[in-house]
Write a protein that binds this ligand. Structure first.
Ligand SMILES: C[S@@+](CC[C@H](N)C(=O)[O-])C[C@H]1O[C@@H](n2cnc3c(N)ncnc32)[C@H](O)[C@@H]1O
Length: 258
């Protein structure tokens, strides 16, 4: 089971993340994006990857070790707190702050980004991919099991207090943080296309979160997954979500640098 990182890779490269850069990655999760950033910045660059979950950080460390990447350092911190994890890092050290599907989990993403600005160089980049699940699902064929699957995922995110419209909020978030917003675009996540997680696999993967949010029982979920697998025809197009990609820059005239 693999998830496509091609959208994220295109975003990072188009935004200007490149060889030799020093990047601060927020909410690294199991390390897929840390690995991607490690490849893009290469041996002359480096990545500092932050997450609050020990489990995610162990998985990420394992991912990078397996890939033989040595230019990523991991740190455990809650991004909602003051960035004490940067206390020994020189100001204006980072060329970019980046991440995927992390701002949506933060209570005040603009405040978190604003708090990191002193560590971003003048002209440095903020590059994020965030989801929107409020304008989906989109389909013309009758696909009730798929619709139910997406509605369960949305309910779970709602119960978790996640901003399901974070993609739409990216430009305003950058701007409120004091960054200069430059560009946003979006891509549809089409069920079963490329390396996207098919919906049934995604539901299986997220089963513990779905159950702990009291959104669905194990037996209901198993039956729904079976229905989704039966219902899916290769000719039916089902849009299960949107990926928003956005870029901003720290102005040359902003304070915070030494
Ligand atoms: C949906 S995962 C995304 C992981 C990774 N960026 C990716 O796209 O594969 C969100 C990650 O953000 C982390 N996260 C959420 N809130 C956080 C916070 N307040 N501080 C640090 N990490 C946080 C979670 O632990 C999780 O690993």
């Amino acid at each position: 089971m693999r998830r496509s990182n091609s959208t994220t890779e295109r975003l990072f490269r188009a935004a200007g993340i490149s060889a030799g850069m020093t990047v601060l990655e927020l909410g690294c999760g199991p390390g897929e994006i840390s690995e991607l950033l490690s490849e893009i910045v290469g041996p002359a660059g480096s990545v500092l990857a932050v997450d609050r979950s020990d489990k995610m950080l162990s998985a990420a460390q394992e991912t990078l070790e397996k890939a033989g990447k040595k230019n990523v350092r991991f740190v455990r911190a809650d991004l909602n707190d003051a960035p004490d994890y940067l206390k020994d890092v020189d100001r204006a050290s980072f060329d970019a702050v980046a991440g995927r599907r992390v701002l949506m989990y933060l209570a005040s993403p603009d405040r978190v980004l604003a708090g990191l600005l002193p560590w971003l160089q003048a002209g440095g980049l903020a590059v994020f991919e965030e989801a929107d699940s409020t304008i989906c699902p989109g389909h013309v064929a009758t696909m009730p099991a798929h619709e139910r699957g997406v509605s369960l995922l949305n309910k779970m995110l709602g119960e978790e207090g996640v901003d399901r419209s974070m993609g739409f909020h990216l430009p305003a978030t950058f701007s409120a943080a004091g960054l200069q917003f430059e560009q946003v675009w979006a891509e549809a996540v089409i069920e079963g296309q490329g390396e996207q997680y098919p919906l049934a696999d995604l539901l299986r993967l997220l089963q513990p979160r779905l159950e702990s949010s009291d959104v669905v029982t194990t037996s209901e979920l198993e039956s729904l997954i079976a229905q989704i697998e039966m219902e899916r025809k290769p000719t039916d197009v089902f849009v299960s979500g949107m990926r928003f990609c956005a870029k901003a820059r720290k102005g040359e005239d902003l304070g915070g640098n030494p």
